[in-house]
Design a protein around this ligand. Structure first.
Ligand code: NAP
Length: 257
């Protein structure tokens, strides 16, 4: 199978890392191919412009920013064929809009994930009509989750697409506190990385609120810290942040469609 990836920035490069497989031909296009981190990822990958990529691909992933998607569709519409599948990783823009922009009978699928696919890990949420297994299987090692309500792609964008940035922000605070406390970088990595991973392992068997409770003994140290978060409306901050991201997706969709 010949696979095209249009836009090889953060998401596109992660897709290429995940898609690479013996006997698979991968073709990429981008307006800016001068970035240093391209070199290792793009070994064994062909580089083309959007027209050549479309002509030479069976399946095309599109990983550009929402504002650039219309222009990509204008670029490719003349060369698209009805036997091709376009897979958009782009937030906010609905499949009907993409089909309208391409103006051809071509299958459009949307998928949402995050940068962990570069390590062939994580869940990929798929939306589209009759998505074949051969398509979800293209993203080696990931777990497919097929949904039949396109609105959920927006919520997956907030939770799954943007999620690692939130975890990283929290993680960063642990690292900073470790540094201030006098631990070396290696010691911090050893403690904090395993603590984050092991907490998710614990959360497979226990609800988050129960885990908090089992660590938070009355009058203890954790209780004091969690109380500080509650007093500063930590949950409300996160909730407002999620709501604002959802508003941003809706505003982007309205401005582009
Ligand atoms: N980053 C994430 O973690 C993540 C997670 C989930 C979903 N997504 C979705 O993935 C999409 C891409 O995000 P990103 O973070 O990877 O953005 P990005 O790093 O900016 O990558 C987009 C790439 O597409 C290129 N491009 C723009 N117009 C093009 C065109 N006409 N033809 C070919 N290439 C073109 C851009 O080049 P220029 O720099 O020259 O414009 C850039 O290299 C977004 O729609 C986002 O919603 C991202």
């Amino acid at each position: 199978m010949r696979i095209g990836v249009i836009g090889v920035g953060n998401m596109g490069l992660s897709l290429v890392r995940c898609l690479k497989f013996p006997n698979r031909k991968i073709i990429v296009s981008d307006t800016n191919l001068d970035r240093p981190n391209f070199l290792d990822v793009l070994t064994d990958v062909s580089v083309a412009n959007n027209k050549t990529l479309i002509e030479a691909s069976d399946v095309i992933f599109v990983a550009v920013k929402p504002k650039d998607l219309h222009s990509v569709c204008k670029d490719i519409k003349e060369y698209c064929r009805s036997d091709q599948i376009i897979i958009s990783t782009v937030a906010a823009v609905q499949s009907d809009t993409i089909r309208r922009w391409i103006d051809k009978k071509v299958q459009v699928i949307r998928c949402m994930s995050n940068l962990s696919i570069s390590h062939r890990k994580g869940t990929v949420v798929w939306y589209g009509r009759d998505i074949p297994n051969r398509i979800t299987n293209l993203l080696n090692g990931t777990t497919p989750m097929i949904i039949n309500n396109e609105e959920l792609i927006d919520h997956a964008t907030v939770l799954l697409g943007c999620g690692p940035a939130f975890i990283s922000k929290f993680y960063e605070n642990f690292i900073e506190h470790g540094k201030l406390s006098g631990f070396s970088d290696d010691q911090i990595n050893l403690m904090i990385n395993s603590m984050f991973c092991n907490t998710t392992t614990l959360l497979k068997d226990i609800r988050p609120s129960d885990l908090v409770e089992s660590i938070t003994t009355e009058g203890g140290i954790t209780e004091r810290g969690i109380k500080t978060l509650n007093d500063m409306s930590f949950d409300e901050i996160i909730n407002t942040s999620f709501q604002n991201m959802t508003h941003h997706i809706n505003d982007t969709r309205k401005s582009l469609s």
